[in-house]
Design a protein around this ligand. Structure first.
Ligand code: CIZ
Ligand code: SF4
Length: 311
């Protein structure tokens, strides 16, 4: 038998036996998305994690996402197929350095993008995702100064959108900073009727030429509801799988990366550390598991709960 189909069958069986739910991010490989109970962006998956009645959550995504699921479900077992599936953006904000910045500006409200470690979340007043960031920032009283971390590109974009000045942490995502403006414009020349759409983690010069800037779910919605039929997509290329399913007759072109990598587009290598085989293994062995200290979970839960209440 075909190994993939066989593995998928076994994953589905184990999932039933163990009352497990599989949450997969849009950036996961199609063969993982196919066995998932829910596919979504980080906000949608956090909401699913908060609602689930399963005993085990298998999180096919990166570490901070699985951590968030654990924080929302301290008594459940949360598994991540590969514990090394990290995030360059989360890593760009180490807790000690961030604590120092926070101490220097004690009067500032701390807003953190969900792409950060649980420890950074414990230092935050409120968490946001790219889908709700504007609303979260607007919820903070006008006179209150803000520290925004860790993504400087999203932070700069939000400053423009909200008119708020914010102190930005100097972090970024390698995947979203990999797009080449020159190459993007070359592709655009060949498809002059295309709409350029971009995730706000992308650099300013990319956002400036984009027709639409939005979160993962925002971009999916835009492409579905737009009357245009060609799109150049500046975000992680994994999104194209769901997007093409939504709009089978439209043309989707991944924005080209600066360096020619294997797909000439930008893929998150951390996300791709999860494989169908590792997913199967972790469900079978119930390992690797996300383990967090109780106190850390309680502290990190507060700013996530505040976000959930506002979104
Ligand atoms: O990790 C990411 O790059 C994103 C955009 C996640 C998400 O789903 O918001
Ligand atoms: Fe982190 Fe960027 Fe990968 Fe998202 S795409 S998980 S922000 S490294």
């Amino acid at each position: 038998v075909n190994n993939k189909v066989n593995l998928q069958e076994q994953v589905r069986k184990l999932k039933e036996q163990k009352n497990a739910v599989i949450l997969a991010h849009y950036y996961q490989e199609p063969e993982i998305q196919e066995v998932a109970d829910f596919i979504g962006d980080s906000l949608e998956l956090a909401k699913k994690a908060a609602q689930t009645t399963a005993d085990i959550i298998v999180f096919a995504g990166v570490h901070f996402m699985a951590e968030t699921a654990k924080i929302l479900n301290p008594s459940k077992k949360v598994l991540l197929p590969d514990l090394k599936a990290g995030c360059s953006l989360a890593d760009s904000c180490p807790p000690d350095a961030f604590r120092k910045l926070k101490e220097k500006y004690p009067d500032h409200a701390v807003v953190t993008y969900i792409n950060c470690s649980a420890e950074i979340k414990t230092l935050s007043d409120i968490v946001c995702t790219s889908s709700n960031a504007e609303r979260i920032i607007n919820s903070i009283p006008k006179e209150k100064p803000i520290i925004f971390a860790p993504d400087k590109n999203l932070g700069r974009y939000l400053m423009e959108k909200t008119g708020r000045k914010m102190l930005l942490w100097d972090g970024a995502c390698i995947v979203h900073e990999a797009f080449s403006l020159d190459k993007l414009l070359e592709v655009y020349k060949q498809h002059p009727s295309a709409m350029i759409i971009a995730h706000p983690e992308s650099e300013d010069h990319i956002l400036k030429v984009a027709n639409y800037v939005g979160s993962t779910s925002g971009m999916l919605h835009y492409v579905k509801s737009s009357e245009h039929d060609t799109f150049i997509v500046a975000t992680e290329a994994g999104i194209l799988y769901q997007m093409q399913k939504d709009v089978p007759h439209k043309t989707l072109i991944p924005a080209p990366a600066k360096e020619d990598n294997t797909c000439a587009c930008s893929e998150c290598a951390f996300m791709k550390m999860n494989t169908l085989q590792k997913l199967y293994n972790c469900l079978k062995n119930e390992d690797p598991e996300i383990i967090l200290e109780k106190e850390l979970m309680e502290k990190a839960h507060k700013p996530i709960k505040k976000m959930m209440e506002l979104s």
